[in-house]
Design a binder for this molecule. Structure first.
Ligand SMILES: C[S@@+](CC[C@H](N)C(=O)[O-])C[C@H]1O[C@@H](n2cnc3c(N)ncnc32)[C@H](O)[C@@H]1O
Length: 276
């Protein structure tokens, strides 16, 4: 099925059931409402991790997006994509969770923003033709994916020549720190170099789990390079101290907040596709 690139209506395109990360999908379906209630991201500016960290209006990494064709992957409820659509971009938001997307459709309608929402797995962007997008964007979602090599080569394929790929994610150093200092009882892999899955619960009492994948920075960088992308910028996110409260850093307890003042919790990588 091809995506109809029509910015004049909001739609959910039901994808053919393919191989999907079903457990994360089910968990995000259960967690979506609670997540949105807690994070309360606004639809005016793209965020990178939480409001405790500099956002796009402070970092200015994307520049003027008006007129650009943008794909947001792991969009959740699409607040970043909606913000870009309000600035004149033609935005498609893709997420694996239909609950996240359903919430996103409501937000887009309320904001009067033209965004196409698609349910799909970012490891397989075959729904989109090659050389389609000026910008692929992703905030805090890549760590849920097992095969970043697949994601990055798909991103390369759907980008136009000169197109940009910007993603934020949890800094691998933070996961290793978490393994040794913050959540040692849930974690058997204290090495920074550990590569593989980790299962965890958002709340102790939940009857569902998430799977995230740990990998060192070299794996991110080498996978981007192998996909043919040129790394342009790397940012280790430093919190804005007076914004680092339990309210803005919505999933952190006091100990984590103290850690976040000293060590990078998040990162942003900006890369570009150049054919020659
Ligand atoms: C922490 S949330 C971030 C959502 C949004 N970018 C934000 O900043 O609020 C991670 C999102 O990744 C989505 N996700 C997880 N695995 C995915 C996959 N393989 N393909 C597409 N989306 C995925 C989840 O459904 C969830 O909405």
């Amino acid at each position: 099925m091809r995506l109809l690139f029509d910015p004049n209506y909001i739609q959910i395109i039901k994808l053919l059931e393919g191989k999907m990360s079903n457990e994360n999908r089910r968990s995000w379906n259960k967690h979506a409402r609670r997540y949105q209630k807690k994070c309360r991201f606004n639809c005016n500016v793209a965020h990178y991790l939480s409001e405790a960290y500099p956002m796009e209006n402070e970092l200015n990494l994307l520049g003027n997006v008006s007129g650009l064709k943008v794909l947001e992957i792991g969009s959740g409820a699409g607040q970043c994509g909606i913000a870009m659509a309000k600035q004149g971009a033609h935005v498609t938001c893709l997420d694996i969770s239909e609950e996240q997307i359903a919430i996103g459709c409501k937000y887009a309608e309320k904001e009067n923003a033209n965004v196409n929402f698609v349910r799909g797995d970012m490891e397989d962007l075959s729904l989109f033709s090659s050389d389609l997008f000026d910008l692929v964007f992703s905030a805090a979602a890549i760590s849920y994916v097992e095969r970043i090599d697949k994601v990055f080569s798909e991103v390369f394929r759907v980008l136009k020549d000169g197109g940009r790929f910007l993603f934020s994610s949890v800094n691998p150093f933070w996961f290793a720190l978490g393994a040794t200092e913050l959540w040692p009882e849930e974690n058997n892999n204290p090495s920074y170099f550990y590569m593989g899955p980790e299962r965890w619960k958002w709340n102790e009492e939940d009857d569902f789990e998430f799977i995230t994948y740990r990998r060192p920075l070299q794996d991110y960088f080498n996978s981007l390079i192998d996909a043919g992308l040129h790394i342009k910028k790397f940012i280790e996110l430093e919190p804005v101290l007076n914004r680092l409260t339990e309210d803005t850093s919505f999933f952190m307890d006091e100990k984590e907040i103290e850690m976040a003042k000293r060590f990078p919790q998040g990162m942003i990588v900006l890369s570009e596709k150049h054919i020659k």
